[in-house]
Design a protein around this ligand. Structure first.
Ligand code: KIV
Ligand code: NA
Length: 269
């Protein structure tokens, strides 16, 4: 199977109501990517890896080095989905030139097809700058976790009329600047629908609406591996219990000298 392309993702919007919703999940490792790839249109190497695998309090401390290392692993583990790598906080906001240098590094070192960055109208110039120079960009509006220190927390956005209007105009600005898709996160449902209707590119929801052009979740959240999750997460598995149970069985067998058994030991000929 040939790998999907950024234009094929963008085309879903032109296909309108008949288009199949875009399926996106996060992936941080090669094996995880292998397992998710056949089922997904897009694999996102999210900077949520800061909290999910490094135990950081937010995504703010995540570095470009980390994103490059995990991005390369996910590209190596996949062959079908479009791989998008998050630009971490501090790697793109200062100028379009800074963003291009960071994004080019991610494309060259990982083999990913596109990058994602957070922010609305303020990032439109940067989105246009990168897109015109060969780097497809996915936008991210609404609840933007890298701005947690400005927002003051992870509450749903768009509850006031002014905030709602700003989220919609942010998404329109990104789409007009050439973003090939936009994530809308943690907004009240009418705003997710308004963003989806207003933007000329596919809008992918997380804590959005079933009427978005696609959906994304953090894989560890939907697998029941991460303990504190927002209400927009649906758990499709309970892997925490599976892993704890396996560790408990192993520990008991080691302590009782049941493991390793004859099948797990090398015998002389
Ligand atoms: O970092 C991430 O996982 C994300 C998704 C939640 C969209 O940005
Ligand atoms: Na992210």
């Amino acid at each position: 199977m040939k790998r999907l392309t950024v234009p094929a993702i963008r085309q879903r919007k032109q296909d309108g109501a008949t288009a199949e919703p875009i399926v996106m999940l996060t992936a941080y490792t090669a094996r995880q990517a292998q397992l998710l790839d056949p089922h997904c249109d897009i694999l996102l190497v999210g900077d949520s890896l800061g909290q999910v695998i490094y135990g950081l309090p937010s995504s703010v401390p995540v570095t470009l080095d980390l994103m490059a290392a995990h991005g390369a692993a996910v590209v190596r583990g996949s062959y079908h989905a479009v791989v998008v790598v998050d630009m971490p906080f501090g790697a793109y906001e200062a100028s379009p030139e800074q963003a291009f240098a960071s994004a080019a590094r991610l494309l060259k070192e990982t083999g990913c097809a596109a990058v994602k960055l957070e922010g609305g109208a303020a990032m439109a110039e940067t989105v246009a700058f990168l897109t015109r120079r060969g780097i497809p960009v996915m936008g991210h509006v609404g609840l933007t976790p890298q701005a947690v220190n400005v927002l003051g927390g992870y509450n749903a956005r768009g509850r006031s009329e002014a905030e709602a209007a700003k989220i919609v105009s942010d998404a329109v600005a990104l789409a007009e600047a050439g973003a090939f898709a936009i994530v809308v996160e943690g907004v009240v449902e009418p705003i997710a629908i308004a963003v989806t209707e207003a933007a000329a590119c596919p809008v992918i929801g997380i804590g959005g609406s079933a009427r978005c052009d696609g959906q994304v979740l953090v894989t560890e959240d939907m697998l029941g591996l991460f303990e504190r999750v927002p209400r927009f997460v649906k758990r499709y598995a309970a892997l925490s219990e599976v892993i704890s149970g396996a560790a408990a069985d192993y520990a008991a067998e080691v302590r009782a000298r049941i493991f390793p058994g004859r099948e797990q030991t090398y015998q002389p000929k």
